[in-house]
Design a protein around this ligand. Structure first.
Ligand code: GLC
Length: 558
């Protein structure tokens, strides 16, 4: 009998595999709903991704990170998971996901999936059972159910603050119709927080990891990784001033045990299965703890992602990043954006080009030509740095943040801000692939609307239009990733700064590759070099040496 038929194991390691692949990998983030639509219903799906794998191969990526693709009511774009062992019916089937993982691997592209340990969907069978079983039941112990304060119990059990704004507790109704206990949700009420002190919660997540590693998945991105553990005493947040590890629900020391257990699971598998943390923490030393050798492999570099377009700010962030990673031997990651933040082309064109959730507003002016120049320069800057590189779908096309009309917005961040924050849908608009009008080859059938509308002026931004243009953002990304893969200097881990002025970021990688970014307002003469490898803007020639214009990056061979 052919035993392969009985096991879900898939070929897990591409030919010529490198166990350290993750240290310098280029990882492309696919937001499935908006990548490509294979069945014409206006929502992206796995069939759409499978049909575009060759695009990702040509782009030069080593892995794809998929945002949550599981069955979900999509109250928070899929970060409200109803069933971890299946695929959202709008996206396809489990069998298709297995095929996709295998087909990608055949092209040398690994698959990373999203796991969301802090919470699940309120429609998940565990939460439904907890509601049905009532106060004091074992089913409720997997969550944070608690009586309210005050005589009638109508006060919230804590004063904790949601990163989505609004309340963090919702009151339930008892079977007899009377007001009942409250339950904790650091995000929306549709995302009840799990109780990580409960053994079921731990066991279940380790099983979920095995379920997907068995199917050839090469890693997991861990959502909100510093949030899952809560202080069981539910102390007040008060003035928010807490010592390291002493916050009631952020960065608690007990988390490390969980990720050590996950690392053990990952290490049971051949090939390196990686853990990538979404860890938002200001304290560099606390951040680095998640990357100790028996915990996560890497974590997103949000410090770098949120910096303004300023040489001092970016240099400071790069130096901090390298210094905090070096002692633990973990590689840095470089991230310009993701599905939660403003697209770089828009952000870098603004007067205030730093990113902060709290400052997002409708109609913030931007200069897209300037933003695009800077985003091109930032693409080369980040691709020249040592470590792994994340590219959010559509950034390689230079898509701006779409200004969506209020009536189409679906993101709960928008609603929970009372309509003040436009939310995150502006960076989640379906990708333009070809053609001159919506749906730009996305795949929606005639007469079917895409789940978010695409702007009318995206014709020049389609992948097809840009493929033919050597000066396009797409061509720049392709060439940058090709060089990053071909040049030993760029694959290595060494970096040495060069001083070329306060507004210039210049560093040597390896023996003879130089990256120079001009963030100032005046052109900068290039140092002596043998050849220009790639530049984000045309290099003018003056007196025999090249001149690097403002807002641009060049890679040189010495
Ligand atoms: C993470 C995700 C974000 C989601 C939140 C709650 O920050 O990136 O999209 O809304 O977690 O799961």
């Amino acid at each position: 009998m052919d035993t392969d038929v009985l096991t879900p194991h898939r070929p897990a390691v591409p030919a010529g595999d490198d166990p350290l692949w993750w240290r310098s990998a280029v990882i492309y983030q696919v937001y499935v709903r908006s990548f490509a639509d294979g069945n014409g219903d206006g929502t992206g799906d796995l069939a759409g991704v499978r049909a575009r794998l060759s695009y990702l191969k040509d782009l030069g990526v080593d892995a794809i990170w998929f945002n949550p693709w599981y069955p979900s009511p999509l109250a928070d774009g899929g970060y409200d998971v109803e069933d971890y062992r299946d695929i959202h019916p709008q996206f396809g089937t489990l069998a298709e996901a297995e095929q996709l993982i295998e087909e990608a691997l055949a092209l040398g592209i690994r698959t990373i999936i999203d796991v969301v340990p802090n919470h699940i969907s309120d429609q998940h069978p565990w939460f439904q059972a907890a509601l049905a079983a009532g106060p004091g039941s074992p089913e409720r112990e997997r969550f944070w159910f608690h009586p309210g304060t005050g005589e009638s119990g109508d006060g919230m059990p804590t004063d904790w603050v949601s990163s989505f704004q609004g309340d963090t507790w919702t009151r339930t109704t008892n079977a007899d119709g009377t007001p009942g206990e409250w339950y904790l949700h650091l995000f929306t009420p549709e995302q009840p927080d799990l109780n990580w002190n409960h053994p079921d919660v731990r066991r279940e997540h380790e099983d979920i990891l095995r379920f997907w590693f068995d199917r050839g998945v090469a890693g997991v991105r861990i959502d909100s990784a510093a949030l899952p553990v809560k202080d069981p005493a539910l102390p007040p947040l008060g003035d928010g001033d807490h010592g390291p590890g002493d916050h009631p629900h952020l960065d608690r020391d007990e988390l490390h045990d969980i990720y050590r257990a996950w690392r053990k699971v990952a290490d049971e598998y051949e090939g390196t299965r990686v853990l990538v943390g979404e860890v938002w923490l200001d304290d560099a030393e606390r951040f680095a703890r998640y990357l100790r050798p028996d915990e996560m492999h890497t974590a997103f570099n949000f410090d770098f992602m949120t910096q303004p377009w300023s040489a001092a700010a970016l240099r400071g962030s790069i130096q901090r990043t390298l210094a905090e990673h070096e002692p633990i031997g973990a590689p840095a990651t470089w991230v310009l954006s993701n599905h939660d933040v403003t697209r770089p082309v828009t952000r870098y064109g603004r007067a205030d080009s730093a990113f902060a959730f709290a400052r997002k507003r409708f109609g913030t002016p931007t200069d897209l030509a300037r933003g695009t120049r800077r985003a091109r320069a930032a693409a080369l800057l980040s691709a020249a740095l040592p470590g792994s590189l994340y590219i959010y779908q559509g950034d390689e096309l230079g898509l701006p943040e779409a200004e969506l009309p209020r009536e189409v917005i679906q993101d709960p961040m928008h609603f929970r801000s009372g309509g003040v924050d436009p939310g995150r849908d502006g960076c989640r608009v379906p990708l333009p692939w070809s053609g001159v009008r919506p749906p730009y080859g996305f795949g929606a059938a005639d007469g079917v609307d895409t789940w978010l509308p695409q702007p009318a002026d995206w014709a020049p931004l389609t992948a097809a239009a840009q493929s033919a243009d050597p000066d396009s953002m797409l061509s720049l990304y392709r060439e940058a990733l090709r060089l990053r893969c071909d040049l030993d200097d760029l694959r290595g881990e060494s970096l040495a700064w060069l001083e070329l002025g306060a507004d210039v970021l210049a560093f040597r990688r390896g023996d003879r590759t130089l990256s120079i970014t001009n963030l100032g307002a005046v052109p900068v003469p290039l140092p002596a070099h043998r050849a220009v490898l790639l530049s984000s803007a045309a290099i003018e020639d003056a007196a025999g040496c090249g001149i690097l214009p403002p807002d641009s990056t060049v890679w040189l061979t010495l």
